[in-house]
Ligand binder design. Structure first.
Ligand code: MTE
Length: 303
């Protein structure tokens, strides 16, 4: 992938620099000698956590992407046939400029940022991921959201010939997700096109996926090909699969347990067997940015 300024991902952030980032930061000389690193520093965000990110290997080998199978290793194992270039996204519904947009056009003029976010799966494991992406609001503003739009619906690509989990019918495809419009417009909500300075790995939802860090991971839909602005709350994959266990909002909430397990704590992937579990935070630690979205809403009922 190339940016409009002629830079490739590899120019912006060589992976080795990323992996050694902390050592490099310790050395001012190394920093000055590494202009590529300076670019990344400029793209830092106030929304990033300063917690230590999980390793690239952890983030790309322990995945949920049912299009490629149930097992955590299946997405890395079975996604090599998946083709992600060229890629376009259909944007439709209650927008001024509906159409099918080429991803390379969407990315033109978009300011990419590094967002190091906590990521909490509904299965009670978590990671810290250094995403690269841009705010969903930027794209929605460009296509012109009409005042009658109240929700945003998303769909993943359907391509059973490249996705063995789709061929096997593991879920009802396409995978669907949705957000309320104010959630979609929140600055924390990003469309991510990479991580660790590399293009998005296929198992993580190449070439473009949603990341909504205060919600359980299943809301962060991968490999998006359609975004629709709609008036009514859209049906989502896990809600359709089992509405008692998975709600539309699915905000990370340590006080509302999953019917089959506690959500009060989580296991940090890669933490080591003696690390123990850690407390899960309300809104996954993003309450300051998002609690106001739910003022007056009963989050125990409206999960
Ligand atoms: N998107 C699609 N299309 N298909 C999926 O199976 N799994 C979800 C979410 N997005 C999923 C998806 C779940 S359950 C989680 S926890 C995250 O992706 C996992 O993202 P990661 O593999 O990048 O950690």
């Amino acid at each position: 992938m190339k940016f409009s300024n002629g830079l490739k991902w590899s120019d912006v952030t060589p992976r080795a620099d990323w992996l050694n980032r902390r050592q490099l930061i310790a050395s001012a000389a190394a920093l000055l000698a590494t202009p590529a690193l300076a670019k990344i520093e400029a793209a830092k965000s106030i929304y990033s956590t300063d917690e230590e990110p999980n390793t690239f290997d952890q983030i790309t080998s322990y995945n949920n992407f049912y299009e490629f199978g149930y097992d955590k290793a299946d997405p890395a194992r079975y996604s090599s046939r998946f083709t992600v270039d060229p890629w376009s996204i259909q944007i439709d519904g209650l927008v001024d400029k509906p159409g099918t947009y080429d991803l390379s056009d969407i990315l033109k003029g978009v300011a990419l940022e590094e967002r190091i976010y906590r990521f909490r799966c509904v299965e009670a494991w978590s990671m810290i991921v250094p995403w690269i992406g841009f705010e969903l609001k930027t794209l929605l503003d460009r296509v012109g959201v009409q005042s009658s739009a109240k929700y945003v619906a998303f769909e993943t690509i359907v391509r059973p010939e490249e996705m063995p989990g789709q061929e096997a019918g593991l879920l009802n495809w396409p995978y669907r997700e949705g957000l309320r419009l104010d959630e979609a417009m929140n600055p924390l909500t990003i469309l991510a096109t990479g991580l660790y300075g590399e293009p998005m790995p296929k198992q993580n939802g190449a070439p473009i996926r949603l990341v909504v860090p205060w919600k359980y991971g299943f809301k962060s839909i991968k490999s998006i090909v359609r975004i629709s602005l709609v008036a009514d709350q859209p049906k989502t994959t896990w809600q359709m699969q089992n509405a008692r266990e998975y709600g539309f909002y699915s905000n990370v909430n340590p006080k509302v347990d999953h019917p089959r397990w506690s959500q009060a704590s989580e296991r940090r992937v890669g933490a080591g067997i003696f690390a123990g579990r850690q407390d899960t935070l309300m809104f996954n630690g993003y309450a300051d940015q998002v609690a106001a979205l739910y003022a007056g809403q009963d989050l125990a009922k409206d999960y």
